[in-house]
Design a protein around this ligand. Sequence first.
Ligand code: CTP
Length: 476
Amino acid sequence: MKNYSKSPVIKAPLRSRIFRIVSQQAALKNVRAFVIGGYVRDYFLKRRTTDIDIVVEGNGMDMALAVASVLKVNATLFKNFGTAMLRYRGLEIEFVGARKESYRSDSRNPVVENGTVEDDRERRDFTINAMAFSLQEEDYGTLTDPFNGLEDIRNKIIRTPLDPDSTFSDDPLRMIRAIRFAAQLEFTIDKDSFASISKNAERINIVSQERITAELQKIMASRKPSIGFNLLEESGLLSIILPQVAMLRGVETMEGKGHKEIFSHTMQVLDNVAAVSDNIWLRWAALLHDVGKPPTKHFDKDTGWTFYGHDFVGSKMIPAIFRNLRLPLGEEMKYVRKLVQLHLRPIALVNEVSDSGVRRLLYDAGENIDDLMLLCRADITSKNPQIVKRHLTNFELVSKKLIEVEEKDAIRNFQPPISGEIIMKTYGLPPCREVGMIKDFIKEAILDGQIGNNYDEALALMKQRAAELGLSEVGA
Ligand code: CTP
């Protein structure tokens, strides 16, 4: 460890009432307390944060209770972990006793002992997260930075404080955290730390899926998610945690013909979407839009490489991917599945931009039409500027037509003007096949433009179809 005695003293004002109270309580209990971790890092990065971690040389839960009683709020104790949390004016403050942790090679379980703040910092994940501000009266707010985290912040570097193999072995989730911080802060991972991630990637298997996915969501929410997913791919982690996306990497060549490299294309689509939308699920749809390509890849002498049906096959893969990642299986999953299934539709319309084709697309996409168009627009990537230009011109054409048809026909969130109820009442029917047939017939006629989207024309068609089916009206 370097000697920083000559470094200029850096002091943070730490004006919040909470810090003063912790400081007073620490003095009363005759223990040392520090603000540590994310709060200190974000102070220097000028990022807003509402999470404060306090490390106490003593019992974290006792300290939390003492502070909570001054603030007249409740503290939540996590007895199994010896930690406690309280909320105060939008802040979430976590208290932990300083620990010295070591792992025996014959066991995954740590041997945890009480330690000093110096011990505690050694077992933290990255140099930028191991800095602390003192809460002692005599040097209140003074930074201690044993691993030179401030310099790493200045140089935008993610680096483990100790030998990376040992830091990652203490908690393998840190391998993904390193990548998450690289994506979130747009930092570079130090060479040795990254080599260690590649070497130890398999160890991620002992981490719970929920923790992994929480980090993936943070990568997804970052300004340029490709930074994170490229690092996950490069390190070998992606093929363990999301093999369906890792498989997109690579180009196969047959008879001198290669296909587009789908992984880098996907990265570009993901960033394109992220540049125009914060919707995390639209970003997932971008990441997954081509997962059906590897299973449908085919080479033919005449047609070259094809991926027929990859939209359909890809959409079928979504539920299992969401289940494995423990992502929500309700509306969010259905939304991603739908966008993956429909992602080719707008551009496919280009060959024949008919009103009925556009109406069907509007009907199938429903309220997700705008997001689908964002995805489709983002999906136009090519190294050849001529191709991009041609596709964009076509895309604009479809977009214009969509607006026209929508204004005219109001198909989005379309409910056929004749409900099943009306059909059942008119013909004295219980719910049955005929009711569905008549309803579908009306819907198809509207989408095809044979009749307008209104009650009177739909009613006339209902009567015509019912007569064909041999039904008579009640009381007729
Ligand atoms: N930490 C660690 N190893 C982990 C998780 C956390 O060493 N696997 C330490 C780091 O010092 C980190 C602190 O615990 O700064 C708090 O962790 P957490 O709240 O998860 O992350 P933050 O660094 O605060 O970042 P963010 O708020 O962006 O999640």
